[in-house]
Design a protein around this ligand. Structure first.
Ligand SMILES: *[C@@H]1O[C@H](CO)[C@@H](O)[C@H](O)[C@H]1NC(C)=O
Ligand SMILES: *[C@@H]1O[C@H](CO)[C@@H](O)[C@H](O)[C@H]1NC(C)=O
Ligand SMILES: *[C@@H]1O[C@H](CO)[C@@H](O)[C@H](O)[C@H]1NC(C)=O
Ligand SMILES: [Zn+2]
Length: 493
């Protein structure tokens, strides 16, 4: 009867409204988004804001869910020199999903605020912000809303606790096999030089900073009762943690979540002083990623009911934004040789702080420091080391560093008299992991010399020449003045 076409029309209009939502993806509902909905929102935001976003996946979870990351920045397809990379990772424990939702609201806030809000515009113009709403999407799907404590969904689909799964500075490789989610994050950190990071958790209200673990030779009761295990960058970490807690609505008050648990002064704590753990992500970021990461515990209840999400967003919003800006404090610059060619993998350390960072393939380095006077130490294989004093005030000081080839190994191409005389030009320097060079013969075409390599040796040559490494020729004109032979002539097979 007349009923049928009407129903049909109704269905069509429902279908259309599902496909073409009337509203922008910026309107994030205060509910928990399961994986398909979260993915849809990320895709839609990426479509709506191609000039501010790039959506990428760093790998897949055990059950095959993408580990999504949204890059938010002006000109996401360009990488201007020295524009720092920062990241937020949430929901590493599947049953601690408040951060996961806050990340979606953060995306919306940043995209909507660009061009309207001065601070957000400045942030996106000067920072590459990588946001991972869920590092453990499988664990999330296994958890239940309203569960304030407990461990259901904490681990990944192999029940591995991802925040115990990283190589540990004090304890070595993890006891449990490195999980796909952990591996993906490790690769991500290796491929991108992140400078600052925050890792969102739940179950407490505190900003906690490295180290989480303690030296292996610590007295037994250190582990039991909690004793600080500080990094040489303790001043920086304290400041970062306080930036979060003091910009949070109430974290800085240090109120405890449970009767009997100790208060956190200022809402911050050294990780090990709270309790020590092995294989955590923040220690890994600091030691192996040269990235200052802190752990943000943002809800007493691990998986609070969704009606509380507006309150959590309200409490954390300012802290989340202010923390990102902290990357613009310290010293950064480029490491180059005397011809302005970038030097990759130079070590840049601050004297007295043993954990250095390494320059990118474009020679960039970044270092967050509090205002003060520091000595920078830069070194790279084949170059003379350099020490420089820098005065850090509020904000960033740019300090480019020029390294000169080790006096004994550098020869100006053609113009160097030693070279023209046909003397034994190349100097030999030991190279670790160079076992496969054993027995190779290296011959300069002009002038002539021959030198048989000993095990673990490599030859340092001037740039821009043809060299014969019998029987092949190598046209050696890359940006570094090192020739590394990657094959084995006489020793192999
Ligand atoms: C608390 O914060 C204040 C202000 O930054 C600082 O002076 C004080 O040392 C902090 N106390 C602790 C225990 O972190
Ligand atoms: C970087 O330098 C360190 C120490 O000098 C070395 O162990 C490492 O293999 C180098 N990495 C690359 C990618 O060259
Ligand atoms: C440092 O190097 C960058 C990139 O090469 C350059 O743009 C900048 O002007 C240099 N800064 C200083 C202070 O030399
Ligand atoms: Zn957690």
């Amino acid at each position: 009867m007349a009923f049928k076409p009407l129903l049909h029309l109704l269905l069509v209009s429902v279908a259309v409204s599902l496909v073409l939502p009337a509203t922008s993806a910026l309107n994030i509902e205060f509910v928990y988004h399961h994986f398909p909905q979260m993915t849809a929102i990320l895709r839609q935001l990426a479509n709506e804001y191609p000039e501010l976003t790039k959506l990428y996946s760093i790998g897949k979870s055990v059950q095959g869910r993408d580990l999504w990351v949204m890059l938010v920045t002006s000109n996401p397809n360009e990488e201007p020199l020295l524009k720092p990379n920062v990241k937020y990772v949430a929901n590493m424990h599947g049953n601690e999903p408040v951060g996961r939702e806050l990340m979606l609201h953060l995306l919306s806030l940043l995209l909507d605020g660009y061009g309207k809000d001065n601070y957000i515009t400045w942030l996106l113009d000067n920072t590459r912000i990588h946001i991972m709403p869920s590092m453990n999407p499988d664990g999330f799907e296994a958890s239940a809303e309203g569960e304030c404590s407990g461990v259901q969904g904490r681990g990944n689909a192999n029940s591995a606790d991802l925040n115990r799964n990283f190589p540990d500075f004090f304890a070595g490789p993890p006891k449990v096999a490195v999980q796909p989610e952990t591996r993906a994050v490790m690769d991500w950190i290796r491929q991108t030089q992140f400078v600052l990071s925050g890792n969102f958790h739940g179950g407490a209200l505190v900003a906690s900073y490295p180290f989480d673990n303690i030296p292996a030779n610590s007295p037994k009761n250190f582990r039991k009762f909690g004793s600080p295990s500080t990094t040489p960058d303790d001043d920086v970490f304290r400041h970062l943690a306080e930036t979060y807690s003091f910009n949070h609505k109430n974290m800085y008050l240090g109120q405890t979540c449970r009767d009997g648990s100790p208060p956190f002064l200022n809402g911050t704590t050294n990780g090990a002083a709270w309790y020590s753990l092995i294989g955590g992500m923040q220690d890994y970021n600091y030691v192996w990623g040269s990235c200052m990461e802190i752990t943000l515990e943002i809800s007493c209840c691990k998986y609070p009911r969704s009606f509380q999400l507006p309150q959590f967003w309200n409490d954390n919003q300012k802290a989340i934004l202010q923390y990102l800006g902290e990357v613009h404090q310290g010293v950064w610059g480029r490491v180059t040789d005397q011809n302005n060619n970038p030097i990759h993998n130079a070590t840049i350390k601050v004297k007295g702080r043993e954990f250095g960072s390494r320059s990118t393939y474009r020679g960039e380095y970044w270092r967050i420091l509090r205002p003060g006077t520091y000595t920078l130490q830069a070194e790279a294989r084949g170059y003379d080391s350099v020490e420089l004093n820098v005065q850090v005030a509020k904000g960033v000081i740019v300090q480019n560093i020029t390294l000169y080839p080790q006096s004994s190994t550098y020869y100006e191409p053609r113009s160097d008299p030693t070279f023209q005389k046909g003397g034994l030009v190349p100097s030999i320097s030991p190279v670790s992991n160079a076992a496969s060079y054993t027995g190779a013969t290296v011959k300069g075409v002009w002038p002539t010399y021959t030198r048989s390599l000993k095990p673990k040796e490599a030859v340092i040559f001037p740039r821009g020449y043809l060299y014969q490494t019998s029987p092949q020729f190598i046209d050696y004109s890359p940006t570094s003045n090192r020739l590394l032979l990657n094959y084995n002539y006489f020793g192999g097979k």
